[in-house]
Design a binder for this molecule. Structure first.
Ligand code: SF4
Length: 286
């Protein structure tokens, strides 16, 4: 059986930067807390926890006493969070991805110019929650075409995207807005890394008999990746770790493709590959 790991898979630059920051701080024995889950990948979180990192939910922030250092994840945080951390006298290391930061600045700038801001993405995603804080008036988050009813057609309007949504979803929302006769400016803020991955993934899914998508079940980016692979190849399975592999998926299969979300480390993809090889050996023993 040929097993191909997607050459473009692994951490995106934004996640890599945040993980690197965490590792550097932990090496200096700093009392480090990530605010919310640093990335949506339980295995990588557990590795960082073993190095000493602790995770703190927003609801427990008031219990944290200075001195302690808070690492802001790549998705960013709204300005209110930074104000609160300052008030509590906590040290802050800002790991907000530069591409996310650019989107936040755009939202701020358009809203200051009195635009109605439409954000295509997931309502409860940390990136959406953070970016809404930079909007000077309520931001409209569009997850599905029905959400377009909330748009006021008489206001100047700009449409932006969550950095990790699929270009296909973004285009379908733009099309639906055009069909409703809405007048708007488009800012395609989908991360360039995600756009490039979009093309590579279709190729991998098309060339493989079975596709294994590896990533945390809470990872929005992995969910998009899974749906995209499944649209091309119905034999696509989403797992978090090698223990989730099932032997019957690979019966008589000659080529398997492995890919992962932007928060899935390469070491995990290698581990999944070894897991499939071990299952393959078991077939031979039967
Ligand atoms: S997917 Fe792109 S925007 Fe999001 S954290 Fe990674 S590099 Fe940054």
């Amino acid at each position: 059986m040929k097993i191909v790991i997607d050459p473009g898979a692994g951490f995106c630059p934004g996640v890599e930067y945040t993980i690197h920051l965490a590792e550097e701080l932990l090496q200096k024995h700093i009392d480090l807390y990530s605010l919310g889950s640093l990335i949506h990948n339980p295995s990588e979180i557990s590795r960082l926890q073993q190095l000493g990192m602790k995770s703190l939910e927003h609801s427990s922030l008031q219990d944290l006493k200075s001195p302690a250092t808070i690492l802001i994840r790549a998705h960013g945080e709204p300005p209110a969070t930074f104000d609160r951390l300052r008030e509590q006298n906590l040290a802050v290391i800002d790991g907000t991805c530069q591409i996310v930061r650019k989107s936040q600045n755009k939202v701020k700038s358009y809203s200051q110019r009195d635009y109605q801001v439409i954000f295509v993405g997931k309502k409860n995603h940390p990136e959406a929650i953070a970016i809404a804080g930079y909007c000077q008036k309520p931001m409209i988050i569009v997850e599905q075409p029905e959400d377009l009813e909330k748009i006021d057609p008489l206001q100047k309007t700009v449409v932006l995207a969550q950095t990790t949504i699929s270009p296909k979803l973004f285009n379908s929302i733009l099309k639906a807005m055009e069909e409703k006769g809405l007048d708007f400016v488009t800012e395609n803020t989908i991360c360039k890394y995600i756009k490039k991955r979009d093309q590579d993934i279709n190729q991998l899914a098309g060339e493989s008999e079975v596709v294994i998508v590896v990533g945390g079940k809470k990872s929005a980016n992995t969910a998009v990746l899974y749906q995209q692979c499944r649209a091309v190849n119905s034999q696509t399975y989403w797992i978090e770790e090698p223990a989730n592999l099932q032997k019957e998926w690979f019966d008589k299969v000659k080529q398997v493709g492995i890919t992962g979300g932007t928060s899935t480390p390469r070491w995990m993809l290698e581990k999944v590959k070894r897991g499939i090889e071990n299952l393959d050996g078991q077939w031979g023993d039967m």
